[in-house]
Write a protein that binds this ligand. Sequence first.
Ligand SMILES: Cc1ncc(COP(=O)(O)O)c(C=O)c1O
Length: 475
Amino acid sequence: MTFLSDLEIVAEALDRQTAKACASAVPVLAQRPMAAVVEDLQLDRFARHGGLEGDALRRFVDRYLGSIINLHHPGYMGHQVAVPHHAAALGALIDASTNNPMAIYEMGPGAAAIEYFVVNWMLEKVGWTPSPLEPGRQSEGAFGGGVLTHGGSLANLTALTAARTAVRPDAWRAGNQGDLALMAPGNTHYSIERAVGILGLGTRNVYQVPTDARGAMDPRLLPQTLARIHGDGKTPMALVANACSTAAGVYDRLRPIGEFCRDEGIWFHVDGAHGAAALLSPDYRHLMDGVELASSLTWDAHKMMRTPSVCAAVLVRDHRAIDTAFDQEASYLFHDKEQPGFDFLHRAVECTKSAMGLRFYLVLAALGEEGLAHYVERQYRLAAQAYEYLKGLDGIETPVAPESNILCFRSPGSDAHQLELRKRILATGDFYITSTQFQNKRYLRLVFMNPDTTLTEVKRLMKQIRRFGADCRIE
Ligand SMILES: Cc1ncc(COP(=O)(O)O)c(C=O)c1O
């Protein structure tokens, strides 16, 4: 068997599966007990004896594809995971076959050049100055910078590391004194608090900025939060804003928050893991208004930019902040050398880094930035239409008008009832939806990631919810 013949087997199976999923001809998700999956895939046999190629590979891939969640199914309205464009899958394949861990230029000049280009393209969308391409000039001046990371959580950790270095350059060697504080709304993604824990700042040093009824940070209450920090004898290290929030997809108002941070000299981090893609759209860019005042931004391509996991970016207004964030030496990697390109290694938590830029770039190059913008606009509009529809249904509670492609609602009944409904919906195989806490209540949650989902699917889903709701009402 050759690479090409096995590739043909896999490509043909994937093509068939995607077509079936797009046509709703397979369940979105059919969960079986893990032991049955292990048995069905004959994992033990192949692990011991090898030979997974040719016809055996064909059978294996077919069975594997019977155990996946089908993101291409229009009933997929679940987590904030991109429904991948096929071009990005090709990027992942090229990366896997060549395995160029490009954090140092000589270990993947093509991948490093693409990452450099992608980071600059993103900087330009934010309104920050891209980095120069000429070797030797990459450390001069106050232009922007960034790096692609294996996920938004790592991007957030990298940004907060840079913030800590900016505020306490000696913290890397001396450790923390326990007096650095982080300001953030209570509904930031958990990766923010995790980064605080990893950095050893102490999670009790996270000061929550109060939010309004929609869950957006109230900029008028920033001075009082800062006063509390000062009153406790602490120094603000950074302020984190959501763009948008994970649970309900609500954007914090970045301009007044950014102005406050600028005036107070506080590092301003925008977590745009999900919603920074609004920057691409003339219709929705206003949601990111003021982002250029930020010190750093997280922006995931594997959420709203049709790129498979993982490909995220951390961007900074001034590249020096990320170039000095990690104060380390590794003699076999970091040494003076003349080279025609750029090393990303010193900017990233990771040492071995995949060619993530390739995955995203192939989507960008297939759709063009206008095509990506249309995707974002379509998904955001669908959420608005679904909201209008749900609002008109008897008994359905919609706590907040969506600003993005995330929509929460609640059926009559208790929190436990919402979870029971979700369980029953998932069991049909027709839809995949999630649930979340919002303002201390449990909601069902739709995230419109799939470019083929329409209002028709939403209406069908609501029919099922009505039916199950009548059957299994838990007060
Ligand atoms: C706002 C926000 N930030 C960060 C993350 C974490 O990103 P990742 O899952 O890529 O680590 C998420 C994930 O849902 C998110 O919604």
